[in-house]
Design a protein. Structure first.
Ligand SMILES: CC(C)(COP(=O)(O)OP(=O)(O)OC[C@H]1O[C@@H](n2cnc3c(N)ncnc32)[C@H](O)[C@@H]1OP(=O)(O)O)[C@@H](O)C(=O)NCCC(=O)NCCS
Length: 187
């Protein structure tokens, strides 16, 4: 994927993007919504074919990233592990996620893209629903966060479980050369 969308360029991230990725996932207030990895973990994931990192740039400056897990997995179910923008509310997240979902379905044999989101993350849910993700239920206690400033570990329990949100597409029709780039909006 390397395309332009209203001045935004999307492409695979490289190791040189790790400082931006680490700084952006550490934005004040984001710790309630997304995890944070240290440099070693990001570098290891970038070297791991199970992961695919994508970055959005505006005039060559990075403005958002997403981490995809289970890329081209034999199970054909791929997870959007993390998506973070540096300046929320400008439409970048929606465009990046749409482009990444299209890329997953276009470049791999995935038949399902899924992600987890905290139920109270209304902004993210708005974006996911606009793209076509459907809430699939609550997975209680499926996330483990270390919230600042106490660094106390909060186990996300019954009140704040992760909503399983998934998207599916119809399988490609045999013989259709365009089928892999298409997914049905019946989610
Ligand atoms: C979630 C995130 C990736 C979305 O990207 P974004 O660029 O901010 O999203 P967009 O600007 O494309 O769209 C935001 C939408 O949410 C709406 N919105 C903003 N604040 C909202 C709120 N408090 N409640 C409900 N909707 C809200 C906006 O109006 C907009 O919808 P609209 O275009 O239909 O008007 C980004 O906000 C982000 O990085 N948040 C912090 C990290 C995070 O939560 N990541 C996702 C974890 S699952």
């Amino acid at each position: 994927m390397n395309n332009k969308n209203a001045g935004i360029t999307f492409e695979r991230a490289s190791k040189g993007d790790v400082p931006f990725i680490m700084a952006t996932e550490r934005t004040d207030g984001y710790d309630a919504f997304v995890g944070r990895w240290d440099k070693a973990r990001h570098l290891a994931a970038l070297d791991d074919r199970n992961y695919a990192y994508f970055i959005a740039r505006e005039a060559d400056d990075p403005v958002a990233f997403t981490i995809v897990r289970d890329w081209a997995s034999p199970e054909r179910a791929t997870c959007v592990k993390r998506i973070v923008v540096s300046r929320p509310g400008n439409g970048v997240g929606r465009r990046l996620l749409r482009a990444v979902v299209d890329t997953i379905f276009g470049d791999t044999h995935a038949h399902r893209v899924w992600l987890g989101v905290f139920p109270e993350n209304a902004r993210a849910r708005r974006v996911y629903e606009a793209i076509g993700f459907k809430a699939g239920g609550i997975a209680r206690g499926s996330a483990f966060l270390r919230r600042r400033p106490s660094r106390r570990a909060d186990h996300v329990g019954a009140q704040a479980g992760m909503g399983g949100v998934s998207a599916t597409r119809t399988p490609p029709r045999a013989g259709s050369h365009t089928a892999r780039a298409r997914y049905a909006p019946r989610w």
